[in-house]
Design a binder for this molecule. Structure first.
Ligand SMILES: [Zn+2]
Length: 346
Protein backbone atom coordinates (compact mmCIF):
# COMPACT_ATOMS: atom_id res chain seq x y z
CA UNK A 1 0.00 0.00 0.00
CA UNK A 2 1.45 3.42 -0.91
CA UNK A 3 1.70 6.31 1.56
CA UNK A 4 -1.33 8.12 0.21
CA UNK A 5 -3.58 5.09 0.63
CA UNK A 6 -2.10 4.37 4.07
CA UNK A 7 -3.02 7.88 5.19
CA UNK A 8 -6.48 7.51 3.76
CA UNK A 9 -7.07 4.19 5.52
CA UNK A 10 -5.83 5.68 8.81
CA UNK A 11 -8.29 8.58 8.45
CA UNK A 12 -11.12 6.24 7.54
CA UNK A 13 -10.51 4.05 10.56
CA UNK A 14 -10.65 7.06 12.93
CA UNK A 15 -13.63 8.64 11.19
CA UNK A 16 -15.09 6.46 8.48
CA UNK A 17 -15.78 8.29 5.24
CA UNK A 18 -15.24 11.71 6.87
CA UNK A 19 -13.33 13.00 3.85
CA UNK A 20 -15.69 11.58 1.28
CA UNK A 21 -16.41 14.26 -1.36
CA UNK A 22 -19.80 15.94 -1.04
CA UNK A 23 -19.91 16.36 -4.83
CA UNK A 24 -20.27 12.57 -5.14
CA UNK A 25 -22.81 12.24 -2.32
CA UNK A 26 -25.12 14.87 -3.76
CA UNK A 27 -24.97 13.58 -7.35
CA UNK A 28 -28.08 11.93 -8.85
CA UNK A 29 -27.16 8.32 -9.61
CA UNK A 30 -28.11 5.36 -11.73
CA UNK A 31 -27.89 1.72 -10.67
CA UNK A 32 -27.80 -1.04 -13.27
CA UNK A 33 -27.19 -4.28 -11.41
CA UNK A 34 -29.57 -5.07 -8.59
CA UNK A 35 -32.05 -7.83 -8.03
CA UNK A 36 -35.56 -7.12 -6.80
CA UNK A 37 -35.59 -10.35 -4.78
CA UNK A 38 -32.22 -9.56 -3.20
CA UNK A 39 -33.52 -6.25 -1.92
CA UNK A 40 -36.04 -7.56 0.64
CA UNK A 41 -35.15 -6.23 4.09
CA UNK A 42 -35.53 -8.63 7.06
CA UNK A 43 -38.63 -6.83 8.40
CA UNK A 44 -40.31 -7.24 5.01
CA UNK A 45 -39.42 -10.94 4.88
CA UNK A 46 -41.27 -11.26 8.20
CA UNK A 47 -44.27 -9.40 6.77
CA UNK A 48 -44.30 -11.76 3.77
CA UNK A 49 -44.07 -14.89 5.88
CA UNK A 50 -46.84 -13.60 8.19
CA UNK A 51 -49.14 -13.32 5.15
CA UNK A 52 -48.70 -17.07 4.76
CA UNK A 53 -49.13 -17.88 8.45
CA UNK A 54 -45.43 -18.63 8.92
CA UNK A 55 -43.49 -17.12 11.80
CA UNK A 56 -39.94 -16.06 11.00
CA UNK A 57 -37.99 -13.65 13.18
CA UNK A 58 -35.79 -10.86 11.82
CA UNK A 59 -32.90 -12.53 13.60
CA UNK A 60 -33.47 -15.70 11.60
CA UNK A 61 -33.53 -13.70 8.36
CA UNK A 62 -30.23 -12.09 9.32
CA UNK A 63 -28.77 -15.53 10.01
CA UNK A 64 -29.94 -16.68 6.57
CA UNK A 65 -28.47 -13.50 5.02
CA UNK A 66 -24.91 -14.63 5.91
CA UNK A 67 -22.85 -16.91 3.70
CA UNK A 68 -19.45 -18.49 3.54
CA UNK A 69 -19.61 -19.29 -0.17
CA UNK A 70 -21.55 -18.64 -3.36
CA UNK A 71 -23.75 -21.74 -3.19
CA UNK A 72 -24.88 -20.82 0.34
CA UNK A 73 -25.87 -17.44 -1.03
CA UNK A 74 -27.93 -19.11 -3.79
CA UNK A 75 -29.65 -21.23 -1.11
CA UNK A 76 -30.59 -18.09 0.83
CA UNK A 77 -31.90 -16.49 -2.37
CA UNK A 78 -34.03 -19.59 -2.97
CA UNK A 79 -35.30 -19.44 0.63
CA UNK A 80 -36.34 -15.80 0.54
CA UNK A 81 -38.03 -16.08 -2.86
CA UNK A 82 -40.13 -19.00 -1.54
CA UNK A 83 -42.19 -16.38 0.34
CA UNK A 84 -43.08 -14.50 -2.86
CA UNK A 85 -46.34 -16.20 -3.73
CA UNK A 86 -48.83 -13.63 -4.97
CA UNK A 87 -48.61 -10.60 -7.25
CA UNK A 88 -49.22 -8.40 -4.15
CA UNK A 89 -46.02 -9.80 -2.63
CA UNK A 90 -44.11 -8.54 -5.65
CA UNK A 91 -45.89 -5.19 -5.39
CA UNK A 92 -44.80 -4.88 -1.75
CA UNK A 93 -41.13 -5.51 -2.47
CA UNK A 94 -41.24 -3.23 -5.52
CA UNK A 95 -42.39 -0.33 -3.32
CA UNK A 96 -39.61 -1.21 -0.88
CA UNK A 97 -36.85 -1.23 -3.51
CA UNK A 98 -38.16 2.02 -5.01
CA UNK A 99 -38.09 3.80 -1.63
CA UNK A 100 -34.60 2.41 -1.07
CA UNK A 101 -33.38 3.67 -4.44
CA UNK A 102 -34.76 7.15 -3.79
CA UNK A 103 -32.94 7.17 -0.44
CA UNK A 104 -29.72 6.59 -2.41
CA UNK A 105 -30.45 9.48 -4.81
CA UNK A 106 -30.95 6.99 -7.62
CA UNK A 107 -33.06 8.49 -10.40
CA UNK A 108 -32.67 5.64 -12.90
CA UNK A 109 -32.39 1.90 -12.30
CA UNK A 110 -32.42 -1.31 -14.29
CA UNK A 111 -33.76 -3.90 -11.88
CA UNK A 112 -33.42 -7.63 -12.45
CA UNK A 113 -36.44 -9.90 -11.93
CA UNK A 114 -35.92 -13.59 -11.41
CA UNK A 115 -38.54 -14.74 -13.89
CA UNK A 116 -36.86 -18.18 -13.88
CA UNK A 117 -37.85 -18.58 -10.23
CA UNK A 118 -41.44 -17.42 -10.90
CA UNK A 119 -41.77 -20.04 -13.64
CA UNK A 120 -40.25 -22.75 -11.46
CA UNK A 121 -42.93 -22.01 -8.86
CA UNK A 122 -45.64 -22.15 -11.55
CA UNK A 123 -46.51 -18.48 -11.11
CA UNK A 124 -47.64 -16.16 -13.89
CA UNK A 125 -44.84 -13.73 -14.82
CA UNK A 126 -47.46 -11.58 -16.55
CA UNK A 127 -49.55 -11.15 -13.39
CA UNK A 128 -46.53 -10.58 -11.19
CA UNK A 129 -45.06 -8.09 -13.64
CA UNK A 130 -48.35 -6.23 -13.92
CA UNK A 131 -48.32 -5.79 -10.14
CA UNK A 132 -44.67 -4.72 -10.21
CA UNK A 133 -45.30 -2.08 -12.88
CA UNK A 134 -48.32 -0.71 -11.04
CA UNK A 135 -46.30 -0.50 -7.81
CA UNK A 136 -43.38 1.27 -9.51
CA UNK A 137 -45.46 3.73 -11.51
CA UNK A 138 -46.14 6.31 -8.74
CA UNK A 139 -42.41 6.59 -8.07
CA UNK A 140 -41.87 8.07 -11.53
CA UNK A 141 -43.56 11.26 -10.30
CA UNK A 142 -41.06 11.30 -7.44
CA UNK A 143 -38.17 11.20 -9.89
CA UNK A 144 -37.34 7.51 -10.13
CA UNK A 145 -37.46 5.74 -13.45
CA UNK A 146 -37.11 1.93 -13.42
CA UNK A 147 -36.62 -0.43 -16.35
CA UNK A 148 -36.58 -4.18 -15.96
CA UNK A 149 -34.35 -7.11 -16.83
CA UNK A 150 -35.93 -10.54 -17.20
CA UNK A 151 -33.53 -13.04 -15.71
CA UNK A 152 -33.19 -16.80 -16.11
CA UNK A 153 -31.44 -19.17 -13.72
CA UNK A 154 -28.46 -20.81 -15.37
CA UNK A 155 -28.61 -24.11 -13.50
CA UNK A 156 -32.24 -24.61 -14.62
CA UNK A 157 -30.92 -25.12 -18.16
CA UNK A 158 -31.42 -23.63 -21.66
CA UNK A 159 -35.05 -24.69 -22.09
CA UNK A 160 -36.13 -22.99 -18.89
CA UNK A 161 -34.15 -19.92 -19.98
CA UNK A 162 -36.05 -19.89 -23.28
CA UNK A 163 -39.32 -19.76 -21.30
CA UNK A 164 -38.04 -16.56 -19.70
CA UNK A 165 -37.44 -14.98 -23.12
CA UNK A 166 -40.96 -16.03 -24.10
CA UNK A 167 -42.34 -14.47 -20.90
CA UNK A 168 -40.68 -11.19 -21.87
CA UNK A 169 -42.39 -11.35 -25.26
CA UNK A 170 -45.76 -12.12 -23.65
CA UNK A 171 -45.46 -9.25 -21.17
CA UNK A 172 -44.84 -6.96 -24.16
CA UNK A 173 -43.67 -3.93 -22.22
CA UNK A 174 -41.18 -1.33 -23.42
CA UNK A 175 -39.85 -1.20 -19.88
CA UNK A 176 -38.38 -4.71 -20.25
CA UNK A 177 -35.04 -3.67 -21.67
CA UNK A 178 -32.90 -6.78 -21.37
CA UNK A 179 -32.63 -10.51 -20.88
CA UNK A 180 -30.04 -11.92 -18.51
CA UNK A 181 -28.88 -15.12 -16.86
CA UNK A 182 -27.67 -15.44 -13.28
CA UNK A 183 -27.17 -18.25 -10.82
CA UNK A 184 -24.45 -20.88 -10.91
CA UNK A 185 -22.25 -19.98 -13.88
CA UNK A 186 -20.32 -23.25 -13.55
CA UNK A 187 -23.46 -25.33 -14.18
CA UNK A 188 -24.28 -25.04 -17.92
CA UNK A 189 -21.65 -24.45 -20.65
CA UNK A 190 -22.01 -21.04 -22.31
CA UNK A 191 -22.34 -22.50 -25.81
CA UNK A 192 -25.60 -24.21 -24.79
CA UNK A 193 -27.16 -20.79 -24.14
CA UNK A 194 -26.51 -19.46 -27.62
CA UNK A 195 -29.95 -20.00 -29.16
CA UNK A 196 -31.61 -18.46 -26.09
CA UNK A 197 -29.64 -15.26 -26.56
CA UNK A 198 -30.32 -15.24 -30.29
CA UNK A 199 -34.03 -15.41 -29.50
CA UNK A 200 -33.73 -12.62 -26.92
CA UNK A 201 -31.91 -10.37 -29.39
CA UNK A 202 -34.48 -11.14 -32.10
CA UNK A 203 -37.13 -9.96 -29.64
CA UNK A 204 -35.35 -6.62 -29.24
CA UNK A 205 -33.87 -7.34 -25.81
CA UNK A 206 -30.37 -6.31 -24.78
CA UNK A 207 -28.14 -9.17 -23.66
CA UNK A 208 -26.71 -9.50 -20.16
CA UNK A 209 -25.16 -12.31 -18.17
CA UNK A 210 -23.45 -12.93 -14.85
CA UNK A 211 -19.97 -14.14 -15.82
CA UNK A 212 -16.54 -14.19 -14.27
CA UNK A 213 -18.06 -13.86 -10.82
CA UNK A 214 -17.03 -17.31 -9.62
CA UNK A 215 -16.11 -18.67 -13.08
CA UNK A 216 -12.81 -17.98 -14.82
CA UNK A 217 -12.00 -15.33 -17.44
CA UNK A 218 -13.03 -17.72 -20.22
CA UNK A 219 -16.67 -17.43 -19.09
CA UNK A 220 -16.51 -13.68 -19.81
CA UNK A 221 -14.85 -14.17 -23.20
CA UNK A 222 -17.45 -16.79 -24.16
CA UNK A 223 -20.30 -14.53 -23.02
CA UNK A 224 -19.03 -11.81 -25.37
CA UNK A 225 -18.09 -13.99 -28.31
CA UNK A 226 -20.84 -16.63 -28.22
CA UNK A 227 -23.75 -14.71 -26.73
CA UNK A 228 -23.09 -11.10 -27.69
CA UNK A 229 -23.27 -9.97 -24.05
CA UNK A 230 -23.38 -6.15 -23.88
CA UNK A 231 -22.55 -5.79 -20.18
CA UNK A 232 -21.04 -8.37 -17.86
CA UNK A 233 -22.44 -9.01 -14.40
CA UNK A 234 -19.41 -8.87 -12.07
CA UNK A 235 -16.65 -10.04 -14.44
CA UNK A 236 -14.01 -9.73 -11.71
CA UNK A 237 -12.20 -12.78 -13.13
CA UNK A 238 -10.91 -10.41 -15.83
CA UNK A 239 -8.27 -9.28 -13.36
CA UNK A 240 -6.52 -12.62 -14.00
CA UNK A 241 -6.39 -12.17 -17.80
CA UNK A 242 -4.64 -9.03 -19.14
CA UNK A 243 -5.64 -9.79 -22.77
CA UNK A 244 -9.28 -9.95 -21.72
CA UNK A 245 -8.90 -6.65 -19.86
CA UNK A 246 -7.65 -5.13 -23.12
CA UNK A 247 -10.59 -6.59 -25.00
CA UNK A 248 -13.14 -5.19 -22.51
CA UNK A 249 -11.48 -1.76 -22.68
CA UNK A 250 -11.15 -1.75 -26.50
CA UNK A 251 -14.73 -2.90 -27.10
CA UNK A 252 -16.15 -0.70 -24.32
CA UNK A 253 -17.93 -3.58 -22.63
CA UNK A 254 -18.77 -2.59 -19.06
CA UNK A 255 -18.37 -4.70 -15.97
CA UNK A 256 -21.14 -4.35 -13.41
CA UNK A 257 -19.01 -4.25 -10.30
CA UNK A 258 -20.57 -4.98 -6.92
CA UNK A 259 -17.69 -4.98 -4.40
CA UNK A 260 -19.51 -6.00 -1.21
CA UNK A 261 -21.31 -8.82 -2.99
CA UNK A 262 -17.96 -10.19 -4.15
CA UNK A 263 -16.68 -10.24 -0.59
CA UNK A 264 -19.81 -11.72 1.00
CA UNK A 265 -20.28 -14.53 -1.53
CA UNK A 266 -16.60 -15.50 -1.43
CA UNK A 267 -16.33 -14.76 -5.18
CA UNK A 268 -13.37 -12.41 -4.78
CA UNK A 269 -11.50 -14.79 -2.46
CA UNK A 270 -11.98 -17.47 -5.09
CA UNK A 271 -10.69 -15.26 -7.92
CA UNK A 272 -7.66 -14.20 -5.90
CA UNK A 273 -6.98 -17.75 -4.67
CA UNK A 274 -7.05 -16.67 -1.03
CA UNK A 275 -9.06 -17.88 1.94
CA UNK A 276 -9.96 -14.39 3.18
CA UNK A 277 -10.23 -11.03 1.49
CA UNK A 278 -11.59 -7.61 2.40
CA UNK A 279 -12.85 -4.58 0.52
CA UNK A 280 -9.31 -3.20 0.24
CA UNK A 281 -8.42 -6.23 -1.95
CA UNK A 282 -11.07 -5.44 -4.56
CA UNK A 283 -9.74 -4.90 -8.12
CA UNK A 284 -12.25 -2.11 -8.92
CA UNK A 285 -9.58 0.62 -9.30
CA UNK A 286 -7.31 -1.62 -11.39
CA UNK A 287 -10.12 -2.53 -13.77
CA UNK A 288 -11.31 1.08 -14.02
CA UNK A 289 -7.80 2.47 -14.59
CA UNK A 290 -7.20 -0.10 -17.31
CA UNK A 291 -9.89 1.74 -19.25
CA UNK A 292 -12.64 -0.83 -18.76
CA UNK A 293 -16.04 0.80 -18.33
CA UNK A 294 -17.40 0.03 -14.87
CA UNK A 295 -20.89 0.49 -13.49
CA UNK A 296 -20.91 0.38 -9.70
CA UNK A 297 -23.83 -1.49 -8.14
CA UNK A 298 -25.03 -3.32 -5.03
CA UNK A 299 -26.37 -6.58 -6.56
CA UNK A 300 -28.54 -7.63 -3.58
CA UNK A 301 -28.45 -4.71 -1.14
CA UNK A 302 -30.55 -6.33 1.63
CA UNK A 303 -28.84 -9.71 1.39
CA UNK A 304 -25.37 -8.14 1.44
CA UNK A 305 -26.18 -5.41 4.00
CA UNK A 306 -24.96 -2.62 1.74
CA UNK A 307 -26.18 0.54 0.01
CA UNK A 308 -25.05 2.23 -3.19
CA UNK A 309 -23.77 5.20 -1.17
CA UNK A 310 -21.57 2.79 0.79
CA UNK A 311 -20.23 1.21 -2.40
CA UNK A 312 -19.09 4.66 -3.58
CA UNK A 313 -17.41 5.09 -0.22
CA UNK A 314 -15.71 1.75 -0.67
CA UNK A 315 -14.43 2.93 -4.06
CA UNK A 316 -13.02 6.00 -2.30
CA UNK A 317 -11.50 3.80 0.40
CA UNK A 318 -9.82 1.86 -2.42
CA UNK A 319 -8.01 5.02 -3.45
CA UNK A 320 -10.19 6.34 -6.26
CA UNK A 321 -10.10 10.13 -6.53
CA UNK A 322 -13.06 12.49 -6.52
CA UNK A 323 -12.65 12.94 -10.28
CA UNK A 324 -12.64 9.17 -10.80
CA UNK A 325 -15.73 8.73 -8.63
CA UNK A 326 -17.58 11.35 -10.65
CA UNK A 327 -16.61 9.55 -13.87
CA UNK A 328 -17.73 6.28 -12.30
CA UNK A 329 -21.14 7.75 -11.47
CA UNK A 330 -21.48 9.07 -15.00
CA UNK A 331 -20.73 5.65 -16.50
CA UNK A 332 -23.88 4.18 -14.93
CA UNK A 333 -25.87 6.64 -17.05
CA UNK A 334 -23.71 6.23 -20.15
CA UNK A 335 -24.09 2.44 -20.21
CA UNK A 336 -27.78 2.31 -19.30
CA UNK A 337 -30.06 0.83 -21.92
CA UNK A 338 -32.25 3.91 -21.80
CA UNK A 339 -30.35 7.01 -22.69
CA UNK A 340 -32.72 9.85 -21.89
CA UNK A 341 -31.21 10.28 -18.43
CA UNK A 342 -27.64 10.42 -19.66
CA UNK A 343 -27.24 14.14 -19.12
CA UNK A 344 -28.54 14.08 -15.55
CA UNK A 345 -25.21 13.47 -13.88
CA UNK A 346 -23.15 15.79 -16.03
ZN1 LIG B 1 -26.39 -10.24 -9.66
Amino acid sequence: MDECRKARFAALVSSPFAMFPESVTSLPKAELHLHLEGSIQPSTVCALTARNGITVTEEEVRRRYAYTNFLEFLEAFKWVTSFLREPEDYALITREIAEHLLSQRVIYAEVTLSIGVMLLRKQSPEKNFEAILAAAEPFEKRGLRINWIFDAVRQFGPEAAMRVVEAATQCASKSIVAFGIGGDELSVPTVELRSVYEQAAAGGLHRLIHAGEVGGPETIREAIELLGAERIGHGIAAINDPALMDLLADRRIPLEICPTSNIRTGALARQLGRSEVGIDDHPLPALFRHGIPVVLSTDDPAMFHVTLAEEYKHAYQLGMTEHELLRLAQMSFDFAFEQRHSQMAR
